[in-house]
Every structure is written in C-alpha cells, then in structure tokens.
Design a protein around this ligand. Sequence first.
Ligand code: ATP
Ligand code: I3S
Ligand code: MG
Ligand code: MG
Length: 289
Amino acid sequence: MWSKGIYFVAIDVNKPLAEQGPFDIVLHKLLGEEWRDVIEDFRQKHPEVIVLDPPDAIQHLHNRQSMLQDVVDLNLSDCNGKVGIPRQLVITKDKNPSTIPYEVNKAGLKLPLVAKPLVVDGSAKSHELFLAYDEFSLSELEPPLVLQEFVNHGGLLFKIYIVGDSIKVVRRFSLPNISKRELSKVSGVYRFPRVSCAAASADDADLDPSIAEHPPRPLLERLAKELRHRLGLRLFNVDMIREYGTKDVFYVIDINYFPGFGKMPDYEHVFTDFLLNLKQNKCKKKLTA
Ligand SMILES: Nc1ncnc2c1ncn2[C@@H]1O[C@H](COP(=O)(O)OP(=O)(O)OP(=O)(O)O)[C@@H](O)[C@H]1O
Ligand SMILES: O=P(O)(O)O[C@H]1[C@H](O)[C@@H](O)[C@H](OP(=O)(O)O)[C@@H](OP(=O)(O)O)[C@H]1O
Ligand SMILES: [Mg+2]
Ligand SMILES: [Mg+2]
C-alpha cells in the first residue's frame, strides 16, 4: 500500500485522537459508547477527515432486528429476482423464556427456527446460534433473542463482500436442508458451530448449479447500492441464501460490519483502490467547492 502513498498508522486509544495523525481517513471497528463519543467529537472538529464508518451506522448492525430492517423495505422485484428476510420474531430481555412457545405460536412462525442472540457485539456469545425443532424447547434459551424461520437453501450460502462500490461474492458451505420427515422425528434445540466461516469455502466444490449459481449480477448491484445508501456504510458483507427449489428467491440472513476482508478474492487491489478513490473524491470535492 505504501507504494501507492497509503500509510497505516495504528491509533492509540489511550491518547486523544486529535493529538495523533494528521489523518486522511480514520478506519475503525471498535464498539461502545466511549469510543463512539471520541469519534463523534473528532468528526465535529475534523470534518475534512473521512471516518470509515460513522459509529451510529455501525451500531445499526449490532442488533439482529435493526440489521435486517433495511432489507425488509427494499423492492428489488425488477432485478432478476426477489430479496427478502426470513420471517422472524424478537424475544426481548424482559420476556420470561417460558412464554416463548406461546409467542412463537401467536406469531405463526414455522419450525424449524434458528435462534440468534439479538445483540451482535463481536463476542463469541453473539455468535452462539441454535436450531430449534420444536417450540417448547425454546423455553430453554436465554432472551434477548431473534427467532428466524429456517429456510432450506441446499447447504450453500453466498457471502457478498462490499468495499465501497466493489462487490465480491464467495460461496460457503452452510446448514443442510431439513426435511419434513426429519422435523417430525426430531425435537429439542441444538447449538451449532460457525458452519459458514472462512474454512467452509465452497468456491471449488462441484455442486448442483441450481443451488450454487451466483445470484444475478443486476440483483447484487442493486442490493449493494440500496444497502450502502440505507445503512450509510461502505465496508460490510451480506449473507444471502437462495430458497431451495427456486431460481431467484433470495433471503438475507445476516449483515456484518467490516468482516474479515482478508478472505475476499483480490482483497489487496480492491482495498487499495477503494482508499485511493476516497482520497481522490475528497480532493475533487475540495477543488469544486
Ligand atoms: N434463517 C436461516 N435459514 C437457514 N440457515 C440459516 C438461517 N440463519 C442462519 N443460518 C445458518 O447459520 C449460519 C450463521 O448464521 P448468521 O450468519 O446469522 O450468524 P452469525 O453469528 O452472524 O455468523 P457470521 O460469522 O457470518 O457473522 C449461516 O451462515 C447459515 O449457515
Ligand atoms: O469478529 P466479529 O466482529 O464477530 O465479526 C465477524 C463477522 O461476524 C464474520 O461474518 C466474519 O467472517 P466472514 O468474513 O466469513 O463473514 C468474521 O471475519 P473473521 O473471521 O475473518 O474475523 C468477523 O469479522
Ligand atoms: Mg453470517
Ligand atoms: Mg454475522
């Protein structure tokens, strides 16, 4: 990167930000109110510095309900496919777990369900997910939770990495389909590991094209454009699944801020170009101002 004039300087969080730098861009992935105040104060005093990305926009992805809300409002019907989110129900912290079966029945959610911690804070706990085959066992879980209908998707997931205007799609192995027969024979809630992590790459696997074919490019372009705008973020990835047996019905199940881009194809070039473009666009704005 330095050959392109890009120098990374580690920020010392124990020192005032204003005494460090000067910076063209502040790139961060720290959480918490204190850090948010530091960044917001810095942004007020240094509007010329690009903050990647604004803390309030990042915070939006730290709750699995608000995270997907912008997808619910999308209307991509004229883009070679349909994109939605699975039906889901939030169980707030104040709810007694024994009421979960009743709430699930009242909401009409269909089993099996994926139970996810409502808060996403980078901790291992926020990635502790469970598969629930019957609603009664859900009372074993600890709110706050989001309960999402499990969508059969042929055991394959698309991770769509967004870096500014760049879109890169990778295939990852995922949870296999759950048949009605299996659902009728199995009960309980089962914790499952991070099945779609980097090690679960399916890019070179020989898979049924109806499952493995990438989502249509026009759909991805529109989805990325809409989410960049609505989320106010430039660095994130989207986990999307194709409903098994359909050609172009997709569900967004997760959005992650500033994920492990190092696993993204052509990462170095994409990230370098992104940072250079940010700087160039800032200079252009200054010239025309
Ligand atoms: N509604 C769903 N239907 C089918 N499979 C699902 C659903 N939700 C999650 N999964 C499966 O569980 C995995 C983890 O779910 P999710 O991505 O929401 O968790 P996470 O902890 O945010 O993971 P990440 O490491 O991607 O941040 C998904 O990659 C997918 O394999
Ligand atoms: O460490 P937290 O804040 O929990 O965020 C994780 C994301 O949730 C995951 O989605 C990232 O993995 P992917 O890049 O495979 O999505 C994962 O990437 P990593 O495993 O390369 O760190 C993390 O960014
Ligand atoms: Mg995910
Ligand atoms: Mg996630």
